[in-house]
Design a protein around this ligand. Structure first.
Ligand code: ADP
Length: 394
């Protein structure tokens, strides 16, 4: 059975075509700069790659082009081979605790939480509608970033603010990256040789966006992102947690609107804000090696907050079998893993500096004597989307 896993952003469309249940990736690709000039269309299949630069005005055109190319390049013999489409949807509000088959009611429900994810949900919906038009008879499934965290207890998800903010407007912690946290916790249980029900894990998803999750028996009990993905640990361009009074203070001092200040917290903060020159971890680590003080501050600050969250989640879990590193930085930046490991030794963790040089593959990076194992686990959100799609359409 062949399944397409889709991740539609505001100007991009990423996809993977997977053979299920073997989970073999037959093809993957991305259309970038949709709606702008010189859009880039790229498909990889086997050891081949097809790339074209042209103007792609809408997601609908991108989807049609993608489906045409799948046939033209003989990746599939006919579109009938595709039996399901899984869509990543960022926000499911409190309505979705699991993935669902997409129907009119689900589309309306996704629309109803646009307010909570104004940048992401409309883009995700555009992808859903474009595939629905192109392949109207193929079942489609929505897989939500927030669903995995719906198991949190009110003590974890409520903010200490007037209660009506929650009842009237849904102000609470939702958490994101759920698909990744779930995948990594399942892989961690396999690596530990334990049933997932018997594991207590801390997952550090550190990419451009970053969040930590405390997972007890396969269930999310707390996570660092909040009402929006701005909360938690410092990221590529996002501040993570700050004193909210700063927003008003800067708005007055710099004569900026609240929107402008929040935009700076989302787009000009984190690595970029402190280093003053880049949001990319590779650039920062190069600068750190040259002794650039602001870059040192940026990576140290992030590592400190990650360690603080690990400490908090250790207490929440009561015990911990493994701390897992995933996503762009977690999988590749051994320097960041080493910095974090150095700050959590009080928990009895012992990093193996040689094993920590490994990147991008599943492996244990702690020494045997480490009380809590440190694991490196590359995430795979597409495979989770494909698995849920198969489970629901069956
Ligand atoms: P997102 O999906 O949130 O956009 P990613 O998970 O792709 O982000 O992570 C992007 C980050 O991963 C960037 O900061 C990038 O520098 C970092 N990264 C990727 N590869 C490496 C590497 N080999 N060494 C250090 N950092 C890396």
């Amino acid at each position: 059975m062949r399944i397409i896993a889709v991740n539609a952003g505001s100007s991009s469309l990423k996809f993977q075509l997977l053979e299920m249940p073997s989970e073999l990736v037959i093809s993957s690709g991305v259309v970038e700069r949709i709606g702008l000039d010189n859009s880039i269309f790229n498909i990889k299949y086997g050891d081949k790659e097809y790339r074209q630069t042209l103007d792609i005005k809408t997601h609908k055109i991108a989807v049609n082009m993608l489906l045409d190319k799948l046939v033209e390049l003989n990746i599939v013999t006919s579109l009938e081979e595709i039996q399901g489409i899984g869509h990543r949807v960022v926000h499911g509000g409190e309505k979705f605790t699991d993935s669902v088959i997409i129907n009119e009611e689900v589309i309306e429900a996704i629309e109803s939480v646009i307010e909570l994810a104004p940048l992401h949900n409309p883009a995700n919906l555009t992808g859903i509608m474009a595939f629905k038009e192109a392949l109207p008879n193929i079942p489609a499934v929505a897989v939500f970033d927030t669903a995995f965290h719906q198991t949190m207890d009110p003590v974890a998800y409520m903010y200490s603010v007037p209660y009506e903010w929650y009842t009237k407007y849904g102000v609470r912690k939702y958490g994101f990256h759920g698909t990744s946290h779930k995948y990594v916790s399942q892989r961690a249980a396999m690596m530990l040789g334990k049933k997932i029900e018997d594991t207590k894990l801390i997952i550090c998803h550190i990419g451009n966006g970053a969040s930590l999750c405390a997972v007890d028996g396969g269930i999310s009990i707390d996570t660092s992102m909040g009402f929006t993905p701005l909360a938690g640990i410092p990221m590529g361009t996002r501040s993570g947690d700050i004193d909210p009074a700063i927003v008003q203070f800067i708005s007055e001092k710099e004569n900026k609107t609240l929107d402008e200040v929040i935009n700076e917290l989302n787009k000009k903060s984190g690595y970029l804000g402190l280093s003053g020159f880049s949001s990319d971890s590779r650039d920062l680590w190069e600068a750190v090696k040259r002794g650039d003080e602001k870059s040192i501050l940026a990576v140290e600050k992030q590592a400190k907050i990650i360690a603080d969250y690990i400490g908090a989640y250790y207490l929440t879990l009561g015990k911990c079998d493994a701390i897992c590193f995933t996503a762009g930085i977690g999988e590749n930046a051994s320097e960041t893993r080493a910095l974090v490991a150095d700050k959590i030794t009080a928990l009895g963790t012992v990093l193996d500096p040689i094993r920590n040089r490994i990147h991008g593959e599943e492996t244990v990076i702690s020494k045997r004597k480490s009380i809590i194992k440190l694991l490196l686990i590359p995430t795979n959100e597409e495979v989770m989307i494909a698995r849920d799609t198969v489970r629901l359409i069956n």
